[in-house]
Design a protein around this ligand. Structure first.
Ligand SMILES: [Zn+2]
Length: 142
């Protein structure tokens, strides 16, 4: 993984809607909203369920395990604070939801679709921790 210049990196700004996600991430827990009415998981956080329009949901822990749905390697960073190359992945989580994130702990080559990954945590500072993913096989011994 490339070095991160925390001071230069764009930061998410937690809102009332997204704060539970960021609070859980700071505690190294990956959560998503689960609809109280139809049971579907959703991400990114939304006011209403896109399947049934219910506004009732519960923040629910994920195993943090999944597989790569799509992946790319960024060779020219769009902002200061990112050192290229770095990996951007869409991960299908075990609980049938999808998340856009970064992949760490791998080389400069793109990873294969279907690669097994698990969540890891990139602590930018005391207030902000980002969920990232790493290949399951590369996680041993860390
Ligand atoms: Zn629903």
């Amino acid at each position: 993984m490339s070095a991160v210049d925390v001071a230069e990196r764009p930061r998410p700004e937690p809102s009332d809607l997204t704060r539970p996600f960021w609070d859980a991430a700071r505690e190294h827990r990956l959560v998503r909203q689960v609809c109280d009415d139809c049971g579907r998981s959703r991400f990114t956080p939304q006011i209403a369920c896109p399947a049934c329009l219910s506004t009732a949901s519960t923040w629910t822990p994920s195993t943090g395990r999944g597989t790569v749905y799509s992946a790319t390697v960024v060779h020219r960073a769009p902002y200061p604070g990112f050192t290229s190359p770095y990996h951007v992945v869409m991960v299908d989580l075990e609980e049938d939801w999808t998340m856009l994130s970064n992949l760490v702990g791998t080389g400069a080559e793109p990873v294969a679709i279907g690669t097994a990954v698990e969540v890891d945590w990139l602590e930018l500072d005391d207030e902000l921790t980002l969920p990232v993913f790493r290949p399951v096989d590369a996680g041993a011994g860390r």
